[in-house]
Write a protein of this length. Sequence first.
Length: 364
Amino acid sequence: MSQRHTIAVIPGDGIGKEVMPEALRVLDTVARRHGIELAYREIEWASCDYYARHGKMMPDDWKDQLLQTDAILFGAVGWPDSVPDHISLWGSLLKFRREFDQYVNLRPARLFEGVPSPLANRQAGDIDFWIVRENTEGEYSSIGGVMFEGTDREFVLQESVFTRRGSERVLRFAFDLAQRRARRTLTVATKSNGIAISMPWWDKLAAEIGSEYPDVTWDKQHIDILSARFVLSPDRFDVVVATNLFGDILSDLGPACTGTIGLAPSANLDPERRFPSLFEPVHGSAPDIAGKGIANPIAMIWSAAMMLEFLGRGTGPEQAAHDEIIAAIEATLREGPGTGPRTRDLGGTSSTAEVGAAIAARLA
Ligand code: ATP
Ligand code: MG
């Protein structure tokens, strides 16, 4: 039986436009073999080029257009030399997150064979965990203000907002994910010894939800020691769940321990599937290397694989295609510097297209 999915393809800016074709090349190769029908809606907006021509990042009917799709595959947005980040980011990506209630930000931290870690004495297999970040509330509220500005009474206040619904749903997602993993272990990031109201409350909700998952081993760790352990003992982690701010920090720190940002994918999910979810590399548009054809396409390709896994709900031809893409990435990286195709961030000299073609060739 053929599966059909409509995908919004948004290359965006900079290296987003260079890595996206490689992801599509890989998707086409696996989709054909598995009878998965992918209908692409190629979108030129949500880019600074579009902004230069139209004075806005997106057309007025952007939401209607995206609601007709099952998922969004996103390259990168931003070109700070011509458009300030608060316009490019807030005018596109952050609107998607908010309007489509993509309340889970999911990022793997995984060290591959053939990729040196900045951490001493770490090998493939030592680092293999997922970070689940709450993506819609918490510390990133805009409630507050500055008073008595410029006087000696000047003060500033900014509130954190946690709702029961908002916290429960992300905790539940994390417990579900941990339950599907071999180690069935969850770490809940907290700071209840310092943030005396919201964090004990968050811990209490974690305990409530945790009682629904008797086969998941979980504990809570204060964010300070938890960050140190990412570096000192990353092999302890399986799934980590955190509020918006803590998750933001951890989800940069985790992948930083695994080599290059050019490998790190992410998903912004609405697990309830009311809206399209968005899949994008962790990296940005990288103006410093854009236009040279040297960006690593693997983060984008892995993001596309995560999209297939989500669309297939963890089973079927989509899951098989996902697993094959991961295996092809592993095999390509395993060849190591000097023999296999790799981009400059991994110590090689290959182009973006050469790495994409090598991965696609393994899947053909
Ligand atoms: P953002 O503001 O969108 O988070 P940024 O400006 O902080 O992005 P990136 O655009 O991700 O950061 O670039 C950070 C550094 O990593 C740059 O030096 C860039 O060249 C490098 N880099 C980013 N992505 C890749 C990639 N796919 N391959 C190789 N190098 C990359
Ligand atoms: Mg930037």
